[in-house]
Design a protein around this ligand. Structure first.
Ligand code: ZN
Length: 193
């Protein structure tokens, strides 16, 4: 979903909807592996563990909850099951705090930058996504965050240019088709009256 968007938006888009209802792309640990690969976060061959799946889902739900707050989103289906904004903020902060710290390493005579990885590369990857979520939700860029109000859609996007109204071309087309259908129906009713 939404391949050109930033990591936070792509994480939010792991909950999506179509005519059959809501879908969740993060149900199994291997789903998180596949998602990290799809968005280009290197997991250095590490596989997602059961608690990392829980963390990834919790981060996703927290970021969606905060996006709903920021955008004044009132679509019930879109709103993540998070108790309140404090829980959501703590969840994102805790995930971001697992980002490996930079450090210096001695390589022969030279010192160079290395990275201390204590946890797995999956946790580090999720920490990077959390860090970018903080940058998005906590900055002036949050003012450009939008909920997509195309019928049935539950996605968020960044309004990168003034005319963008929908998350995707597909949603825009569906809205135009629905409007066209409404118009032809009204015209038919007017003729009958
Ligand atoms: Zn949409």
């Amino acid at each position: 979903m939404l391949p050109d968007e930033s990591l936070p938006i792509r994480l939010m888009s792991t909950i999506w909807a179509d005519a059959e209802g809501l879908h969740d792309d993060l149900r199994e640990p291997s789903d998180v592996d596949a998602w990290l690969d799809a968005v280009g976060v290197d997991r250095h061959g590490a596989r997602t563990g059961a608690d990392e799946l829980v963390s990834a889902r919790a981060l996703r739900d927290a970021v969606r909850f905060l996006a709903a707050q920021v955008t004044g989103d009132d679509r019930q289906a879109a709103i993540a099951p998070v108790p309140d904004v404090g829980v959501a903020v703590r969840c994102v902060n805790a995930a971001a705090a697992r980002l490996p710290a930079p450090r210096l390493e001695i390589n022969g005579e030279a010192v160079r930058e290395g990275v201390a990885i204590d946890g797995s590369a999956v946790t580090a990857g999720l920490a990077r996504v959390a860090g970018e979520s903080i940058a998005l939700l906590g900055s002036s860029g949050a003012a450009r965050l939008r909920a997509c109000y195309a019928p049935g859609c539950v996605l968020y996007f960044v309004k990168a240019h003034p005319r963008r109204e929908w998350c995707s071309v597909a949603c825009g087309n569906r809205v135009r088709a629905a409007r066209h259908y409404e118009k032809t129906r009204e015209a038919a009713r007017a003729r009958q009256a």
